[in-house]
Design a protein around this ligand. Structure first.
Ligand SMILES: *Cc1c(COP(=O)(O)O)cnc(C)c1O
Length: 419
Protein backbone atom coordinates (compact mmCIF):
# COMPACT_ATOMS: atom_id res chain seq x y z
CA UNK A 1 0.00 0.00 0.00
CA UNK A 2 1.29 3.49 -0.83
CA UNK A 3 0.29 6.97 0.22
CA UNK A 4 -3.47 7.54 0.01
CA UNK A 5 -4.12 11.02 1.36
CA UNK A 6 -2.62 14.07 -0.33
CA UNK A 7 -1.13 17.18 1.23
CA UNK A 8 -0.41 20.62 -0.18
CA UNK A 9 3.18 20.26 1.10
CA UNK A 10 6.10 18.64 -0.69
CA UNK A 11 9.75 17.92 -0.03
CA UNK A 12 11.09 20.57 -2.44
CA UNK A 13 9.30 23.33 -0.58
CA UNK A 14 10.46 22.10 2.84
CA UNK A 15 14.07 21.94 1.59
CA UNK A 16 13.77 25.44 0.12
CA UNK A 17 12.48 26.74 3.49
CA UNK A 18 14.78 24.83 5.78
CA UNK A 19 17.51 27.42 6.36
CA UNK A 20 15.08 30.21 7.06
CA UNK A 21 12.43 28.17 8.86
CA UNK A 22 13.76 25.18 10.80
CA UNK A 23 11.31 22.46 11.83
CA UNK A 24 8.98 22.05 13.53
CA UNK A 25 6.43 24.52 12.17
CA UNK A 26 2.79 24.72 11.23
CA UNK A 27 2.16 25.88 7.69
CA UNK A 28 -1.19 26.96 6.22
CA UNK A 29 -2.37 26.86 2.63
CA UNK A 30 -3.89 30.23 1.69
CA UNK A 31 -5.33 28.99 -1.60
CA UNK A 32 -7.10 26.06 0.05
CA UNK A 33 -8.50 28.27 2.81
CA UNK A 34 -9.88 30.87 0.39
CA UNK A 35 -11.44 28.30 -1.96
CA UNK A 36 -13.05 26.53 0.97
CA UNK A 37 -14.52 29.62 2.62
CA UNK A 38 -15.88 30.79 -0.74
CA UNK A 39 -17.59 27.43 -1.14
CA UNK A 40 -19.11 27.81 2.36
CA UNK A 41 -20.40 31.28 1.49
CA UNK A 42 -21.81 29.94 -1.76
CA UNK A 43 -23.56 27.08 0.03
CA UNK A 44 -25.54 29.58 2.08
CA UNK A 45 -25.85 32.35 -0.52
CA UNK A 46 -29.62 31.62 -0.68
CA UNK A 47 -29.82 33.28 2.77
CA UNK A 48 -29.25 37.03 2.41
CA UNK A 49 -28.02 37.57 5.99
CA UNK A 50 -25.67 34.57 6.09
CA UNK A 51 -22.38 35.03 7.89
CA UNK A 52 -19.64 32.63 9.00
CA UNK A 53 -18.15 33.75 12.31
CA UNK A 54 -14.82 31.93 12.29
CA UNK A 55 -14.15 30.23 15.64
CA UNK A 56 -11.00 32.14 16.59
CA UNK A 57 -9.95 29.52 19.14
CA UNK A 58 -9.26 27.08 16.30
CA UNK A 59 -6.48 29.22 14.78
CA UNK A 60 -5.97 32.48 16.66
CA UNK A 61 -3.60 34.10 14.22
CA UNK A 62 -4.30 37.64 12.98
CA UNK A 63 -3.06 36.89 9.44
CA UNK A 64 -5.55 34.04 9.14
CA UNK A 65 -8.29 36.14 10.74
CA UNK A 66 -7.73 39.01 8.30
CA UNK A 67 -7.69 36.62 5.37
CA UNK A 68 -11.09 35.29 6.45
CA UNK A 69 -12.47 38.74 7.23
CA UNK A 70 -11.61 39.76 3.67
CA UNK A 71 -13.85 36.92 2.49
CA UNK A 72 -16.71 38.32 4.58
CA UNK A 73 -16.30 36.28 7.75
CA UNK A 74 -16.90 37.62 11.22
CA UNK A 75 -15.11 36.23 14.29
CA UNK A 76 -16.50 34.00 17.00
CA UNK A 77 -14.63 34.91 20.21
CA UNK A 78 -14.85 33.34 23.64
CA UNK A 79 -12.26 35.16 25.73
CA UNK A 80 -10.75 38.57 26.43
CA UNK A 81 -7.63 37.93 24.36
CA UNK A 82 -9.61 36.59 21.40
CA UNK A 83 -11.64 39.80 21.52
CA UNK A 84 -8.41 41.81 21.63
CA UNK A 85 -7.07 39.87 18.64
CA UNK A 86 -10.20 40.73 16.65
CA UNK A 87 -9.86 44.36 17.66
CA UNK A 88 -6.24 44.38 16.45
CA UNK A 89 -7.45 43.01 13.11
CA UNK A 90 -9.95 45.87 12.87
CA UNK A 91 -12.90 43.51 13.33
CA UNK A 92 -15.62 44.77 15.64
CA UNK A 93 -19.33 45.42 16.14
CA UNK A 94 -21.71 42.83 14.71
CA UNK A 95 -18.78 41.13 13.02
CA UNK A 96 -17.89 39.63 16.40
CA UNK A 97 -20.01 36.91 17.99
CA UNK A 98 -19.08 36.55 21.65
CA UNK A 99 -19.96 32.90 22.36
CA UNK A 100 -18.33 32.33 25.73
CA UNK A 101 -19.26 30.35 28.81
CA UNK A 102 -18.50 30.81 32.50
CA UNK A 103 -17.60 34.34 31.42
CA UNK A 104 -15.50 36.71 33.56
CA UNK A 105 -16.88 40.24 34.00
CA UNK A 106 -13.94 41.87 32.20
CA UNK A 107 -14.59 39.75 29.10
CA UNK A 108 -18.20 40.99 28.94
CA UNK A 109 -16.97 44.56 29.40
CA UNK A 110 -14.54 44.21 26.48
CA UNK A 111 -17.14 42.50 24.28
CA UNK A 112 -19.59 45.33 24.96
CA UNK A 113 -16.91 47.95 24.29
CA UNK A 114 -16.34 46.40 20.85
CA UNK A 115 -20.08 46.21 20.16
CA UNK A 116 -19.93 42.42 19.77
CA UNK A 117 -23.11 40.35 19.67
CA UNK A 118 -23.38 38.79 23.12
CA UNK A 119 -24.44 35.15 23.05
CA UNK A 120 -25.62 34.49 26.62
CA UNK A 121 -24.68 31.01 27.82
CA UNK A 122 -26.88 31.15 30.91
CA UNK A 123 -29.95 32.95 32.16
CA UNK A 124 -28.05 34.28 35.20
CA UNK A 125 -25.58 36.01 32.89
CA UNK A 126 -28.19 38.60 31.97
CA UNK A 127 -28.08 40.18 35.44
CA UNK A 128 -24.33 39.62 35.67
CA UNK A 129 -23.82 41.38 32.35
CA UNK A 130 -26.11 44.27 33.21
CA UNK A 131 -24.41 44.78 36.59
CA UNK A 132 -20.94 44.82 35.08
CA UNK A 133 -21.59 46.56 31.77
CA UNK A 134 -24.46 48.83 32.76
CA UNK A 135 -26.95 48.09 29.98
CA UNK A 136 -28.41 45.37 27.77
CA UNK A 137 -27.61 45.67 24.05
CA UNK A 138 -30.38 45.89 21.46
CA UNK A 139 -29.15 42.78 19.67
CA UNK A 140 -28.66 39.70 21.84
CA UNK A 141 -28.39 35.94 21.47
CA UNK A 142 -29.02 32.98 23.78
CA UNK A 143 -27.42 29.57 23.69
CA UNK A 144 -29.75 26.56 23.78
CA UNK A 145 -29.20 23.13 25.31
CA UNK A 146 -31.98 20.61 24.62
CA UNK A 147 -30.52 18.03 27.05
CA UNK A 148 -30.69 14.29 26.42
CA UNK A 149 -28.95 12.91 23.38
CA UNK A 150 -28.48 14.43 19.97
CA UNK A 151 -29.59 11.76 17.54
CA UNK A 152 -29.70 11.44 13.78
CA UNK A 153 -31.82 8.51 12.51
CA UNK A 154 -31.51 6.83 15.92
CA UNK A 155 -27.73 7.10 16.01
CA UNK A 156 -26.43 8.99 19.03
CA UNK A 157 -24.07 11.76 17.92
CA UNK A 158 -23.42 13.43 21.25
CA UNK A 159 -25.01 14.00 24.67
CA UNK A 160 -26.03 17.63 25.25
CA UNK A 161 -27.52 16.43 28.56
CA UNK A 162 -23.95 16.12 29.86
CA UNK A 163 -22.74 19.40 28.36
CA UNK A 164 -22.19 22.48 30.51
CA UNK A 165 -23.35 24.88 27.78
CA UNK A 166 -26.56 26.72 27.12
CA UNK A 167 -30.03 27.08 28.61
CA UNK A 168 -33.01 24.76 28.81
CA UNK A 169 -36.03 25.60 26.69
CA UNK A 170 -38.02 27.14 29.61
CA UNK A 171 -34.93 29.17 30.55
CA UNK A 172 -34.35 30.49 27.05
CA UNK A 173 -38.01 31.51 26.87
CA UNK A 174 -37.70 33.31 30.21
CA UNK A 175 -34.38 34.86 29.13
CA UNK A 176 -35.99 36.31 25.99
CA UNK A 177 -38.77 37.86 28.10
CA UNK A 178 -36.29 39.38 30.55
CA UNK A 179 -34.03 40.69 27.78
CA UNK A 180 -37.00 42.18 25.93
CA UNK A 181 -38.14 43.95 29.07
CA UNK A 182 -34.63 45.33 29.51
CA UNK A 183 -34.69 46.82 26.02
CA UNK A 184 -33.38 44.12 23.66
CA UNK A 185 -35.00 44.33 20.23
CA UNK A 186 -33.40 41.68 18.01
CA UNK A 187 -32.85 38.11 19.18
CA UNK A 188 -30.69 35.19 18.10
CA UNK A 189 -30.54 31.50 19.01
CA UNK A 190 -27.36 29.45 19.11
CA UNK A 191 -26.59 25.77 19.73
CA UNK A 192 -23.55 23.54 19.34
CA UNK A 193 -24.74 19.98 19.92
CA UNK A 194 -22.16 17.68 18.30
CA UNK A 195 -18.49 18.05 17.37
CA UNK A 196 -16.50 16.90 14.31
CA UNK A 197 -19.63 15.39 12.77
CA UNK A 198 -19.09 13.15 9.75
CA UNK A 199 -22.59 13.21 8.28
CA UNK A 200 -24.09 15.90 6.06
CA UNK A 201 -27.25 15.60 8.16
CA UNK A 202 -25.91 17.34 11.27
CA UNK A 203 -26.65 20.94 10.26
CA UNK A 204 -30.08 20.18 8.73
CA UNK A 205 -31.20 18.21 11.82
CA UNK A 206 -29.86 20.90 14.16
CA UNK A 207 -31.47 23.59 12.00
CA UNK A 208 -34.81 21.78 12.25
CA UNK A 209 -34.62 21.83 16.06
CA UNK A 210 -33.56 25.48 16.23
CA UNK A 211 -36.08 26.66 13.63
CA UNK A 212 -38.93 25.00 15.54
CA UNK A 213 -37.63 26.53 18.76
CA UNK A 214 -37.47 29.94 17.06
CA UNK A 215 -41.08 29.69 15.91
CA UNK A 216 -42.27 28.79 19.40
CA UNK A 217 -40.15 31.50 21.05
CA UNK A 218 -41.59 34.07 18.68
CA UNK A 219 -45.13 32.91 19.46
CA UNK A 220 -44.59 32.75 23.24
CA UNK A 221 -42.56 35.92 23.76
CA UNK A 222 -43.32 38.11 20.76
CA UNK A 223 -39.57 38.64 20.34
CA UNK A 224 -38.21 39.39 16.88
CA UNK A 225 -35.83 36.60 15.89
CA UNK A 226 -33.09 38.05 13.70
CA UNK A 227 -30.66 35.17 13.35
CA UNK A 228 -30.09 31.50 14.07
CA UNK A 229 -26.54 30.39 14.71
CA UNK A 230 -25.76 26.78 13.79
CA UNK A 231 -22.32 27.23 15.36
CA UNK A 232 -19.46 24.77 14.67
CA UNK A 233 -19.31 21.01 14.45
CA UNK A 234 -18.94 20.10 10.79
CA UNK A 235 -16.13 17.57 10.70
CA UNK A 236 -13.23 16.88 8.35
CA UNK A 237 -11.85 13.54 7.14
CA UNK A 238 -8.76 13.03 9.28
CA UNK A 239 -8.50 9.43 8.06
CA UNK A 240 -7.67 8.52 4.46
CA UNK A 241 -10.97 6.63 4.10
CA UNK A 242 -12.96 9.54 5.52
CA UNK A 243 -15.47 11.46 3.43
CA UNK A 244 -15.33 15.21 2.95
CA UNK A 245 -18.42 17.14 4.03
CA UNK A 246 -20.42 18.24 0.98
CA UNK A 247 -20.98 21.82 2.10
CA UNK A 248 -23.08 22.71 -0.94
CA UNK A 249 -25.44 19.83 -0.18
CA UNK A 250 -25.52 20.82 3.50
CA UNK A 251 -26.44 24.41 2.61
CA UNK A 252 -29.15 23.13 0.29
CA UNK A 253 -30.61 20.83 2.98
CA UNK A 254 -30.68 23.68 5.51
CA UNK A 255 -32.50 25.78 2.92
CA UNK A 256 -35.20 23.10 2.57
CA UNK A 257 -35.73 22.98 6.36
CA UNK A 258 -35.80 26.80 6.42
CA UNK A 259 -38.52 26.83 3.77
CA UNK A 260 -40.50 24.11 5.57
CA UNK A 261 -40.44 25.69 9.04
CA UNK A 262 -39.45 29.36 9.06
CA UNK A 263 -40.97 30.68 5.85
CA UNK A 264 -44.54 29.46 6.62
CA UNK A 265 -44.21 31.06 10.09
CA UNK A 266 -43.52 34.41 8.47
CA UNK A 267 -39.86 34.20 9.45
CA UNK A 268 -38.31 34.18 5.98
CA UNK A 269 -36.02 37.07 6.92
CA UNK A 270 -34.02 35.21 9.59
CA UNK A 271 -30.26 35.19 8.96
CA UNK A 272 -28.26 31.97 9.28
CA UNK A 273 -24.93 32.19 11.03
CA UNK A 274 -22.23 29.56 11.44
CA UNK A 275 -19.17 29.41 13.70
CA UNK A 276 -17.06 26.83 11.95
CA UNK A 277 -13.46 26.38 12.96
CA UNK A 278 -12.34 22.88 12.02
CA UNK A 279 -14.21 22.80 8.71
CA UNK A 280 -12.86 26.17 7.60
CA UNK A 281 -9.20 25.70 8.54
CA UNK A 282 -8.48 22.10 9.57
CA UNK A 283 -7.40 20.51 6.28
CA UNK A 284 -5.32 23.54 5.28
CA UNK A 285 -2.62 23.22 7.90
CA UNK A 286 0.29 20.79 8.28
CA UNK A 287 2.76 20.31 11.09
CA UNK A 288 6.14 19.76 9.46
CA UNK A 289 8.60 17.87 11.61
CA UNK A 290 11.92 16.10 11.09
CA UNK A 291 12.95 12.60 12.11
CA UNK A 292 15.86 13.01 14.52
CA UNK A 293 16.14 9.51 16.01
CA UNK A 294 15.25 5.90 15.36
CA UNK A 295 14.85 3.52 18.22
CA UNK A 296 14.28 -0.23 18.07
CA UNK A 297 13.22 -1.86 21.35
CA UNK A 298 9.95 -3.76 21.81
CA UNK A 299 8.52 -1.57 19.07
CA UNK A 300 10.03 0.57 16.33
CA UNK A 301 10.08 4.27 17.08
CA UNK A 302 10.79 7.30 14.99
CA UNK A 303 11.62 10.29 17.18
CA UNK A 304 10.68 13.64 15.64
CA UNK A 305 11.51 17.22 16.57
CA UNK A 306 7.86 18.10 17.29
CA UNK A 307 5.93 16.85 20.30
CA UNK A 308 2.44 16.96 21.76
CA UNK A 309 3.11 20.58 22.79
CA UNK A 310 2.89 21.40 19.07
CA UNK A 311 -0.17 19.24 18.40
CA UNK A 312 -2.10 17.92 21.34
CA UNK A 313 -4.96 16.09 19.67
CA UNK A 314 -3.34 12.64 19.29
CA UNK A 315 -2.13 12.64 22.92
CA UNK A 316 -5.31 14.15 24.34
CA UNK A 317 -8.04 12.41 22.34
CA UNK A 318 -6.16 9.58 20.66
CA UNK A 319 -7.04 11.50 17.49
CA UNK A 320 -5.82 10.18 14.14
CA UNK A 321 -3.70 12.54 12.05
CA UNK A 322 -2.48 11.23 8.74
CA UNK A 323 1.28 11.37 8.14
CA UNK A 324 3.12 11.72 4.83
CA UNK A 325 6.85 11.09 4.69
CA UNK A 326 7.76 13.85 2.25
CA UNK A 327 9.56 12.65 -0.86
CA UNK A 328 8.47 9.06 -0.18
CA UNK A 329 4.85 9.48 -1.28
CA UNK A 330 5.15 6.67 -3.84
CA UNK A 331 7.04 4.15 -1.73
CA UNK A 332 5.23 1.19 -0.18
CA UNK A 333 4.01 1.65 3.41
CA UNK A 334 5.72 -1.54 4.62
CA UNK A 335 7.19 -0.44 7.96
CA UNK A 336 5.22 -0.15 11.17
CA UNK A 337 6.24 2.69 13.48
CA UNK A 338 5.26 4.70 16.49
CA UNK A 339 6.02 8.34 15.70
CA UNK A 340 7.06 9.91 19.00
CA UNK A 341 7.84 13.34 20.39
CA UNK A 342 10.23 14.04 23.23
CA UNK A 343 7.91 14.67 26.18
CA UNK A 344 8.37 12.60 29.32
CA UNK A 345 4.85 11.27 28.72
CA UNK A 346 4.24 8.02 26.90
CA UNK A 347 1.12 9.45 25.23
CA UNK A 348 3.39 11.81 23.29
CA UNK A 349 2.94 9.91 20.03
CA UNK A 350 1.64 11.34 16.77
CA UNK A 351 0.95 7.83 15.50
CA UNK A 352 0.88 4.34 16.98
CA UNK A 353 1.41 1.18 14.92
CA UNK A 354 1.29 3.22 11.71
CA UNK A 355 2.31 1.67 8.38
CA UNK A 356 4.68 4.07 6.64
CA UNK A 357 7.55 3.91 4.15
CA UNK A 358 10.97 3.16 5.66
CA UNK A 359 12.02 6.34 7.50
CA UNK A 360 15.61 7.46 7.96
CA UNK A 361 16.92 10.17 10.25
CA UNK A 362 16.66 13.50 8.44
CA UNK A 363 13.36 12.67 6.69
CA UNK A 364 10.64 15.30 6.87
CA UNK A 365 7.15 14.27 7.95
CA UNK A 366 3.99 16.23 7.18
CA UNK A 367 1.34 15.68 9.83
CA UNK A 368 -1.98 16.47 8.15
CA UNK A 369 -5.04 18.46 9.16
CA UNK A 370 -3.47 20.63 11.83
CA UNK A 371 -5.01 23.88 10.58
CA UNK A 372 -7.59 24.03 13.37
CA UNK A 373 -7.11 23.20 17.05
CA UNK A 374 -3.44 22.47 16.25
CA UNK A 375 -0.93 25.21 17.13
CA UNK A 376 -3.75 26.83 19.12
CA UNK A 377 -3.78 24.00 21.67
CA UNK A 378 -0.03 24.24 22.13
CA UNK A 379 1.48 24.38 25.57
CA UNK A 380 4.83 24.47 27.35
CA UNK A 381 5.03 21.23 29.33
CA UNK A 382 8.57 19.93 29.80
CA UNK A 383 9.74 23.42 28.88
CA UNK A 384 8.97 22.75 25.22
CA UNK A 385 8.48 25.83 23.08
CA UNK A 386 5.65 26.55 20.68
CA UNK A 387 6.62 26.49 17.01
CA UNK A 388 6.38 29.11 14.29
CA UNK A 389 3.37 29.41 11.99
CA UNK A 390 3.93 29.96 8.27
CA UNK A 391 1.57 30.84 5.46
CA UNK A 392 1.97 29.47 1.94
CA UNK A 393 0.60 32.33 -0.12
CA UNK A 394 -1.50 31.83 -3.23
CA UNK A 395 1.47 33.01 -5.32
CA UNK A 396 3.77 30.34 -3.85
CA UNK A 397 5.65 32.62 -1.45
CA UNK A 398 5.98 31.57 2.17
CA UNK A 399 5.74 34.14 4.95
CA UNK A 400 6.11 33.73 8.68
CA UNK A 401 2.91 34.69 10.48
CA UNK A 402 4.12 33.83 13.98
CA UNK A 403 7.70 33.32 15.07
CA UNK A 404 8.72 30.35 17.18
CA UNK A 405 8.96 30.87 20.93
CA UNK A 406 12.41 31.30 22.40
CA UNK A 407 13.66 30.41 25.88
CA UNK A 408 13.32 34.14 26.66
CA UNK A 409 9.57 33.89 26.02
CA UNK A 410 9.39 30.89 28.31
CA UNK A 411 11.18 32.75 31.10
CA UNK A 412 9.39 36.07 30.55
CA UNK A 413 6.92 35.55 33.40
CA UNK A 414 9.68 34.80 35.92
CA UNK A 415 11.66 37.38 37.86
CA UNK A 416 15.15 35.97 38.52
CA UNK A 417 16.26 39.23 40.15
CA UNK A 418 14.06 38.45 43.15
CA UNK A 419 15.68 35.06 43.80
C1 LIG B 1 -15.10 25.41 19.40
C2 LIG B 1 -16.29 26.19 19.02
C3 LIG B 1 -16.64 26.37 17.68
C4 LIG B 1 -15.88 25.72 16.53
O1 LIG B 1 -15.99 24.36 16.56
P1 LIG B 1 -15.41 23.47 15.34
O2 LIG B 1 -15.54 22.07 15.83
O3 LIG B 1 -14.00 23.88 15.15
O4 LIG B 1 -16.25 23.76 14.17
C5 LIG B 1 -17.72 27.18 17.40
N1 LIG B 1 -18.44 27.77 18.38
C6 LIG B 1 -18.14 27.62 19.68
C7 LIG B 1 -18.95 28.33 20.70
C8 LIG B 1 -17.06 26.83 20.04
O5 LIG B 1 -16.77 26.66 21.34
Amino acid sequence: MTESKQTFMNLDLVLKLKDKFPTPYHIYDEKGIIENVRKLNKAFSWNPGFREYFAVKATPNPHIMKLLAKEGCGMDCSSLTELMLSEKCGIKGEHIMFSSNNTPAEDFVKAAELGAIINFDDITHIDFFEKNVGYIPETVSCRYNPGGYFEISNAIMDSPGDAKYGMTQPQICQAFRILKEKGAKLFGIHAFLASNTMTDDYYPVLAGQLFRLAVSLKEETGCKIGFINLSGGIGIPYRPDGREADILAIGESVRRVYEQILVPAGMGDVAIYTELGRFVLGPYGNLITKAIHQKHIHKNYIGVDACACNLMRPAMYGAYHHITVLGKENLPCDHMYDIAGGLCENNDKFAVDRWLPAITVGDYLAIHDTGAHGHAMGYNYNGKLRSAELLLRENGDVIQIRRAETPEDYFATLDFDKL
